[in-house]
Design a protein around this ligand. Structure first.
Ligand SMILES: C[S@@+](CC[C@H](N)C(=O)[O-])C[C@H]1O[C@@H](n2cnc3c(N)ncnc32)[C@H](O)[C@@H]1O
Length: 196
């Protein structure tokens, strides 16, 4: 079986193919080396396509990594968007999602934002689904979460506490976040696929 990402050239020489990266909703800041997709033509996109209209024009398991930076809050349906990105990403591949925390100024300021999310909003795709795993069949494993707070709260050490203690993050989400407001969240998920 051929190792993923390795191309056989001629009879025995091997060379590593670069990882395939997708930047969904790349806008004018497409990540270097990525294939950019956006529904707006006035962007750096390589492919003009709207994820709200169904499948993007790529085969299953085409990508090793997918960036979704300040985009998920704009789409029509969060669950079907994640399902489509899960289809496009190989098993073990990575989806990185950055989005505003719902208590940030930007979350409710931008009239094109449809969703206002918190640090637990993607739990329904993971093993920690609170009993609601039936929303979707698509499964992710959360590898990393970085919460960014406003500068003052960061300087006072709250950002460190939110990022280093699950219990404190939960307490912050339930009791503190309307005062100690969030800014953005960066989630890194590994794509889990059933064998066969
Ligand atoms: C706030 S901008 C972020 C741009 C870029 N990712 C960045 O980090 O600067 C959101 C981008 O998502 C794109 N977008 C929003 N909804 C989309 C959709 N349904 N399908 C494809 N692109 C979409 C917008 O056109 C816009 O370029």
């Amino acid at each position: 079986m051929r190792e993923r990402g390795v191309k056989r050239i001629g009879s025995d020489a091997l060379c590593h193919a670069p990882p395939m990266t997708l930047d969904l909703g790349c806008g004018q800041n497409k990540r270097p080396g990525a294939i950019g997709v956006d529904h707006n033509r006035d962007t750096a996109a390589d492919v003009i396509s709207n994820i709200d209209r169904g499948s993007l024009p790529f085969r299953d398991n085409s990508f090793d990594k997918v960036w979704v930076v300040h985009v998920i809050e704009h789409v029509e349906n969060v669950v079907s968007t994640i399902e489509e990105l899960h289809r496009l990403t190989r098993a073990g591949g990575v989806i990185v999602i950055e989005t505003p925390h719902y208590t940030d100024f930007s979350s409710f300021c931008d009239p094109t934002h449809r969703w206002h999310l918190n640090t637990f909003s993607f739990r329904y795709f993971t093993a920690d689904d609170a009993g609601y795993g039936y929303y979707t069949q698509c499964r992710l494993r959360q590898k990393r979460l970085q919460v960014k707070l406003l500068r003052l709260w960061k300087l006072l050490g709250f950002e460190l506490a939110v990022n280093h203690s699950f219990a404190f993050r939960k307490f912050w989400e339930h009791y503190l976040c309307y005062v100690i407001r969030g800014k953005a969240m960066v989630f890194e998920f590994e794509v889990v696929k059933q064998a066969g």
